[in-house]
Structure formats: structure tokens, C-alpha cells
Write a protein that binds this ligand. Structure first.
Ligand SMILES: NS(=O)(=O)c1ccc(B(O)O)cc1
Ligand SMILES: [Zn+2]
Length: 258
């Protein structure tokens, strides 16, 4: 398998080679012209219950908002999916500057940040942890962030970031509807891939939204004030927490739009 040229990006991935024998690793560069329109792809249906939001925490490589996934309250279905999937958490990846930060790219265009909404299949798995190891146990929706207008929905998240500045910090985050982070355009690409951080398991159906959401400079800069490090340690700013591009190998990216 291809050895990542710039794997020495971040301690988390420093020792990383492409998962030995990995044939469906993520992220990838989506070549628009090579994607294949699939008329059988249905519209994605999203029903998030804002009261299932639990807390926000700094896990040492991103900030993450966790949801109560003990019932089918916040679910997605349709699109390329055969059944419904439960929302477990969402998090972001971003750069030190606006010139890079996203994990996926579109025709080699990189965005300053990327949102991942992580869901698991309660029909074939009994828990998220099981689903991580299951073929197609997970669905991650990727949404690109671009520099532009202030995002009022995101600001509620941004206002909580100072409280989770250090690794392992956690703060209650009671009512939040992540649908507000979804672009209104229904168009997406979909392909079979993997987690982009260890364990890098090849269990993810990726759904990448074509249209980015806009956030402003101050909001991006708040992301960059988070720390990889715990309280008391020498401070390391949490930036560039994205994985290098992985080879497409024998995969086709399908599009829901012509
Ligand atoms: N970055 S990602 O969405 O591929 C992802 C999601 C979940 C986990 B995990 O729960 O370990 C790791 C990476
Ligand atoms: Zn991610």
C-alpha cells in the first residue's frame, strides 16, 4: 500500500502508514468528472432530536459533541443507506490557516475545515463500538466549511469552546440541533471508506455534501485556540488535525446529482 508522504503531520498519525493492506482508506480527493451519477440514490433524510445532545468535550485531536444514541431519536436514512443510522457524535477538522484544513478535497480544492457527523447501524450492530468494526457499520456525513458569513447556529458551539480548551475537558451542552450545520442543497457524493483517525477501520459509508456552509474568520480562529494538550502541559495549539489524502484504489465515487 502507498506510504503516506506527509504522514509525519501530527503525533496522532506520525507513526501511521496507510493501514497495512488498506484498500478503502479515507480521506480522498473527489474528482468531480470521475464521479458517477447514480439515479437510484435517494434524497438523504435527516431527523435529529435536539434534546439528544449530551455534552461537548476535547478528546485531544478535535472537539466533539456527543449524543444519546440509546434509541432511534436522532437518525438518518435514505440516500445510499439500506436502513436508518443513529447519530453518535459530530466533530471537526481544520487547519492553522484558511488555506487548508479539510480532510476530503474536491478536484484538489481544499477547504479551511470539515464537519463530520458520525452515525452507526443499530440493525447490524448492538453498539457504536461494535459498528466501528463492522463492514458498513458507520455512516459519516462530511460538510465543508468555507470562509464567509457568520454562522449563527455554529456560534452556540463556538461559545462553548473556551470551556473545553484543554484535552479531556468536558462541558454540558444540552440542546443543539446539528441540522443547522447542514447546507440546504441536497446534493452529495458517496463512497466506501474508513475512519480518518485510528483505528482507521474500513467500516464507513461516506456521504460528502457538495455545498459548503459559510463560517466567519472569528469562528475559525476560535477553533484554532483549542489545545491538543492537557492543562499543565506545554501548550500545543489544536490545528492541522486532518489526515493526508489516501489512494482511491479500486473505488468509484457516486453522485446524487447530474
Ligand atoms: N474522522 S472520522 O469521522 O473518520 C472518525 C469518526 C469516529 C472515530 B472513532 O470513534 O474512533 C474516528 C474517526
Ligand atoms: Zn472526522
Amino acid at each position: 500500500t502507498q506510504i503516506n508522504k506527509n504522514a509525519a503531520l501530527h503525533p496522532l498519525w506520525q507513526s501511521e502508514l496507510s493501514v497495512s493492506g488498506g484498500t478503502r482508506q479515507s480521506p480522498i480527493n473527489i474528482q468531480w468528472r470521475d464521479s458517477v451519477y447514480d439515479p437510484h440514490l435517494k434524497p438523504l433524510k435527516i431527523h435529529y432530536d435536539p434534546t439528544t445532545c449530551l455534552y461537548i468535550w476535547n478528546n485531544g485531536y478535535s472537539f466533539q459533541v456527543e449524543f444519546d444514541d440509546s434509541a432511534d431519536k436522532s437518525v438518518i436514512m435514505g440516500g445510499p443507506l439500506e436502513n436508518h443510522y443513529r447519530l453518535k457524535q459530530f466533530h471537526f477538522h481544520w487547519g492553522a490557516i484558511n488555506e487548508w484544513g479539510s480532510e476530503h478535497m474536491v478536484d484538489s480544492k481544499v477547504y479551511p475545515a470539515e464537519l463530520h457527523l458520525v452515525h452507526w447501524n443499530p440493525v447490524t450492530s448492538t453498539s457504536f463500538e461494535d459498528a466501528v468494526m463492522e463492514n458498513n457499520g458507520l455512516v459519516v456525513i462530511g460538510v465543508f466549511l468555507k470562509l464567509g458569513a457568520h454562522h449563527a447556529g455554529l456560534q452556540k458551539l463556538v461559545d462553548a469552546l473556551p470551556a473545553v480548551r484543554h484535552k479531556d475537558a468536558i462541558v454540558e451542552f444540552d440542546v443543539f440541533d446539528p441540522s443547522c450545520l447542514m447546507p440546504s442543497c441536497p446534493d452529495y457524493w458517496t463512497y466506501d471508506g474508513s475512519l480518518t483517525t485510528p483505528p482507521l477501520t474500513e467500516s464507513v459509508t461516506w456521504i460528502i455534501k457538495k455545498t459548503p456552509i459559510e463560517v466567519d474568520q472569528n469562528q475559525l480562529e476560535e477553533f484554532r485556540m483549542l489545545l491538543f494538550t492537557s492543562a499543565g502541559e506545554e501548550e500545543k495549539r489544536m490545528v492541522d488535525n486532518f489526515r493526508p489524502l489516501q489512494p482511491l484504489m479500486n473505488r468509484t465515487v457516486r453522485s446524487s446529482f447530474r
